[in-house]
Write a protein that binds this ligand. Sequence first.
Ligand code: ATP
Ligand code: MG
Length: 298
Amino acid sequence: MTALYATSIASLPLLAKGKVRDTYIVDDKTLLMMTTDRLSAFDVVMNEPITDKGRVLNQMSNFWFDLLKDVVPNHLTGIDPLTVVTPAEALQVKGRSVVVKRLKPIMVEAVVRGYIIGTGWKDYQATGSVCGIALPAGLQLAEKLPEPLFTPAAKAAVGEHDENITFEQVVELIGADLANQIRTVSFELYRKASEYALTRGIIIADTKFEFGLDDDGVLHVMDEVLTADSSRYWPADEYQVGISPPSFDKQFVRDYLETLAWDKTPPAPALPAQIIEATAAKYREALFKITGQTLEAL
Ligand SMILES: Nc1ncnc2c1ncn2[C@@H]1O[C@H](COP(=O)(O)OP(=O)(O)OP(=O)(O)O)[C@@H](O)[C@H]1O
Ligand SMILES: [Mg+2]
């Protein structure tokens, strides 16, 4: 199977091309969401596809949607994606697509952090807090936080970085009721997912959820959940406070990019073949470690 960098579904109108997903309109209420093999890092899309990444993310997300379905409704309709395209388009769609409810996106990225790492760690070192939330002194790199933190970001327009905002700003944007509901649901999704992941020997250091509302105003989790793109996964047996744990998620390629003199604005640097291959392997490893599943046959 060759990698898919960009989709072309001529039988449906295109709604949007995101960094990773291409979305087509099926009808007023439903969308076809296809996960491509594109990789974005630091919000810049790399030029090379990562073979099987789209299928891995799609399968991972579906696994988590099912495991977490009692916490909050999700956007999946259960409609077979092959029924909404022509036979000639089946090959593109298979294994990487879902038919979803068309929701009104809430323009807030719901980030939950259980451990202090990445930008959270940088913020803490500079200010003693993370996104304005004061933390105890003396925390070490990668340490488990006393309680998980909700550190929302405003969803950025294409080509721009998401911007961290305070909970009060979320309230201003979407109202107190919805803001509180999103925070509560995000904590519960994270709690349940982390508990499960630990049974597989995995720590979920942090993750990001996106939500939308249906026509009746019911909150749904949408986009992707707990994939290796939206989460930091660490092997529990190698976890040690004070050092940056090895990860089997997008961090691998971020670490490579940090070795370059690249300013993290487009154009993306070329990825060497061995980095592409190792990244593809990391994604497949993540799928197996978390779900116990290998890629579904096409
Ligand atoms: N059920 C849904 N209804 C409406 N829009 C959705 C639904 N699920 C996902 N989306 C939106 O579709 C787009 C999916 O594209 P993609 O995942 O590539 O996102 P992105 O915003 O470009 O990047 P990133 O996820 O890294 O922030 C996002 O804008 C997401 O908010
Ligand atoms: Mg997305």
